[in-house]
Design a protein around this ligand. Structure first.
Ligand code: NAI
Ligand code: NAD
Ligand code: ISE
Length: 337
């Protein structure tokens, strides 16, 4: 049976996910799309399949009988309402990060899913599916560098769109580290602080860029993450874990080293879609397979909530300048691993 998916939001990642469902993955097809910008939806249909139906709204798409599972790839602030609507219809939903823009919003989703009685939500945190992060986690879990003590990370984009704000550095960008570092260390966060270095002249007046986020985990690991979204030179994700007896680094993506024009160089990627392309394929295939097997295994609504608790504290820390402590609700048995 081919799983029939309806996609809400036909922007950058919506188009890319529709492409992979239509041309790369197996077991699913896109039967309906919607976008508040109707032209975006028409473009997707023209590009992929004239049989895809354009729906008037996210609500109409979720209610449509031919839609068996929902893909939410609209703007972050719209996610909560759409995911709650999908849960109310008992339809599985893959929601891009952030699950909701506040921890309270994520908790409403957690409560709705628990009340519904089975896992229906997978969050688009793709890094746990990345081969490099998986290898790094394996090295740490095997004790090859001893107990982790410190983690140094960087999340750099060459540029961002004009609508990108100082808070989005947390809710849209850092949120990937907030998720993957919990998973990597098998730990949760205790506190956060944000400091602002000298601002790059390449950032628009309303945006503070770069930012350094300092996190402490419950287990006492200290983490620093540099978020720098106008770095100009490339899309660069770094993660180095310092343990008691050694250091482990996230592998760089494969690239051909060259010597030319009197220099030695290795090209860098500039597009996030390429950097994690295999991980995006794996996460969505896992969702399709999980829906078909009635057992979702990927990042859960609880993972979305846990990342959002930390994001809330980072947002507070951006404005207070202080160390902000965080408190999570107790994890329901429903989400125990
Ligand atoms: P985008 O701005 O290119 O696309 C969003 C689309 O959704 C637009 O076409 C917009 O018209 C539409 N839209 C917004 N609200 C809507 C609503 N209520 N109903 C229907 N359509 C709506 O943004 P982009 O880059 O595609 O990001 C979308 C989401 O995906 C965001 O949550 C973002 O954080 C996430 N994302 C995740 C990435 C990852 O690495 N996992 C990478 C890029 C984006
Ligand atoms: P696992 O499934 O044993 O999970 C390890 C721990 O990490 C569990 O406690 C779990 O609750 C937690 N966890 C999982 N995803 C998380 C997230 N996004 N944020 C925070 N915590 C998270 O370990 P594994 O087999 O290494 O799987 C790790 C991830 O990779 C999971 O998301 C899993 O679904 C996925 N996975 C992918 C593939 C693939 O080939 N695509 C195969 C197996 C697992
Ligand atoms: C974007 O939304 C993503 O999710 C990318 O992975 C991230 O690198 C970028 O900073 C975000 O804006």
């Amino acid at each position: 049976m081919t799983l029939q998916i309806g996609a809400i939001g036909c922007g950058a990642i919506g188009q890319d996910h529709i492409r992979r469902i239509s041309r790369v993955l197996s077991g699913a097809r896109v039967v309906a799309v919607t976008d508040i910008d109707a032209q975006q939806a028409r473009d997707v249909v023209a590009r992929h399949d004239p049989a895809i139906e354009i729906m008037d709204s996210g609500r109409a798409l979720i209610a449509a009988p031919q839609v068996q599972a929902v893909l939410v790839t609209s703007w972050g602030p719209s996610h909560e309402e759409l995911v709650l609507e999908a849960i109310a219809h008992g339809k599985p939903v893959f929601c891009e990060k952030p699950l909701a823009v506040t921890a309270a919003g994520c908790m409403r989703i957690v409560q709705a899913e628990v009340a519904q009685g089975r896992r229906l939500v997978q969050v688009g945190f793709m890094r746990p599916y990345d081969a490099g992060y998986r290898a790094l986690r394996h090295v740490i879990a095997a004790g090859e560098i001893g107990a982790p003590l410190m983690v140094h990370c960087a999340h750099r984009n060459p540029t961002v769109a004009g609508g990108y704000t100082t808070s989005m550095a947390i809710t849209d960008t850092l949120i990937h580290e907030l998720d993957v570092l919990r998973w990597l260390l098998d730990d949760d966060y205790a506190s956060a602080q944000v400091v602002f270095p000298r601002k790059t002249r390449h950032a628009l007046p309303h945006l503070n860029d770069p930012q350094i986020i300092l996190l402490e985990t419950v287990g006492g690991v200290r983490i620093d993450v540099e978020v720098f979204v106008n770095c100009r030179y490339g899309y660069d994700i770094q993660c180095e874990v310092v343990g008691e007896t050694g250091i482990a680094r996230l592998p760089e993506p494969a690239a051909v080293p060259m010597k030319r024009a009197a220099s030695s160089c290795t090209p860098l990627l500039t597009d996030w879609k390429q950097r994690f392309i295999a991980a995006y394929d794996a996460e969505l295939q896992a969702f399709i397979d999980g829906v078909r097997d009635r057992q979702l295994t990927g990042p859960s609504a609880w993972d979305g909530y846990a990342a959002a608790v930390a994001a809330d504290a980072c947002l507070l820390a951006q404005s207070s300048g202080a160390i902000e402590h965080m408190a999570s609700a107790a994890r329901p048995a429903f989400y125990q691993p």
